[in-house]
Design a protein around this ligand. Structure first.
Ligand SMILES: Cc1cc2nc3c(=O)[nH]c(=O)nc-3n(C[C@H](O)[C@H](O)[C@H](O)COP(=O)(O)OP(=O)(O)OC[C@H]3O[C@@H](n4cnc5c(N)ncnc54)[C@H](O)[C@@H]3O)c2cc1C
Length: 376
């Protein structure tokens, strides 16, 4: 007779903020958890192409240690390439995702979660009431699966779930450049992020950015995938802008990476005890590209859904409960932003008018209060 492996309550695939956030919540609720991560985390964590910008409220909520923050941010400088600039005030932080994600994974470990790093999911099958999951190193069993494995989600590919539409994918390029802090401070200011907009000149549906860290500058650019013929050429347009050129004097490129961002919700986000979390579900702000808080929140909502439906003995209601809770929490506003985005980016004049509003209001407030009707 062969001995069966342990049956976990939850298999979470992907140890980004979505997966790790869900694991922490699940362990707090008393569930047994196995967290599978394809990358090697080691003592430094793994690199993830990301601006690493987040609101101060999230830093406080997670009790993220200040010494792990790369830079405290006080303003967003929004530059339209037609010549106008706008200053948006608000406290935030820039972090390295390697450090941030590892901080969350360490919490999972501290709370007794099993973390399997350097172990990609390679196969997933439903057998009766449970899922059998295999990696190159082992086979696992779980009652629920959370796909928190990013925009390309190998888990959901295995299950043949519908993919994102091409219109909902943004292609990004990120360079991490070594730059002296004093030089960055002189050119960009000490506590500012810089965003560059221009439909004709830079990106049809996106923007470029300079996010200063400590001795490193994250230079990024994004555009709708279907509009891009040559990613490297388009990224070079950002590098040629006078402010960017000035900042990058004497800099050296350490990392160059292309990555996708999903900006529309996946057509299916739950089925038969499998939940799509974070980027795998398409839970990203379509205007700013912000995804970290939604990844964490969607993971927590998945766990609360399981708990609530188990307590009420209504497991048949999981999908509906998950979707409704997400809608109330943030999906409704993200869907509205997705529609608004196409209008905002219809031409440079409309985009500039939106930036004028964004200088004063949060983008969700602009949508909720329908302030855009002043524009179109
Ligand atoms: C260039 C860029 C800049 C961004 N800037 C910001 C920003 O400044 N602020 C912000 O809030 N958001 C930003 N985002 C969005 C943000 O990065 C994502 O929304 C966020 O990382 C989503 O978290 P996640 O946990 O869902 O997925 P991810 O962070 O993508 O994590 C997925 C994890 O799954 C693992 N994985 C993949 N396949 C497998 C497998 N087969 N088996 C096991 N593990 C697997 C991966 O290694 C990874 O660790 C940016 C995105 C990009 C691309």
């Amino acid at each position: 007779m062969t001995r069966q492996s342990k049956l976990y309550d939850l298999m979470i695939v992907g140890a980004g903020p979505g997966g790790a956030g869900a694991a922490i919540q699940a362990l707090e609720q008393g569930y047994s958890v196995i967290l599978l991560e394809k990358a090697k985390l080691g003592s430094e964590g793994r690199y993830k192409a990301c601006g690493g910008a987040m609101d101060w409220k999230l830093i406080e909520k997670l009790a993220y240690p200040e010494e792990k923050i790369e830079r405290i941010i006080e303003t967003l400088e929004l530059h339209h390439l037609d010549g106008e600039s706008y200053t948006k005030k608000g406290k935030g932080a820039v972090v390295w995702r390697s450090v941030f994600d590892k901080f969350l994974v360490d919490r999972v470990k501290d709370q007794g979660g099993a973390v399997k790093e350097n172990e990609p999911l390679v196969n997933l099958e439903k057998q009766g009431e449970e899922y059998k999951i295999s990696s190159p190193n082992g086979n696992y069993r779980a009652r629920y699966v959370l796909a928190a494995d990013g925009v390309t989600s190998p888990t959901l590919k295995q299950l043949k779930w519908p993919r994102f539409t091409k219109e909902d994918l943004i292609i990004t390029v990120t360079e991490e450049r070594k730059v002296a802090n004093q030089h960055m401070q002189e050119v960009l200011g000490d506590h500012a992020l810089h965003l560059f907009f221009g439909i004709k000149q830079l990106s049809h549906l996106g923007y470029g950015w300079l996010f200063p860290k400590n001795h490193t500058l994250t230079v990024g650019w994004g555009n709708q995938l279907i509009r891009v013929k040559n990613t490297a050429d388009q990224f070079t347009k950002l590098l040629k802008l006078p402010l960017v050129r000035e900042t990058l004097k004497k800099s050296t490129v350490e990392i160059y990476k292309a990555h996708l961002i999903p900006v529309g919700v996946r057509p299916q986000i739950w089925k038969e005890n499998v939940y799509a979390i974070g980027d795998a579900g398409g839970f990203v702000d379509p205007i700013s590209g912000k995804g970290i808080p939604y990844a964490i929140q969607s993971g927590q909502i998945a766990i609360n859904t399981i708990k609530t439906c188990e307590n009420k003995d209504r497991l048949d209601k999981q999908g509906r409960y998950f979707e409704e809770t997400l809608e109330k929490a943030f999906l409704q506003i993200l869907r509205k932003k997705r529609l608004a985005r196409d209008k905002i980016y219809q031409d440079d004049q409309t985009l500039r008018q939106f930036l004028t509003l964004w200088e004063k209001y949060r983008s969700s407030e602009i949508i909720r209060r329908d302030l855009l009707k002043r524009i179109y």
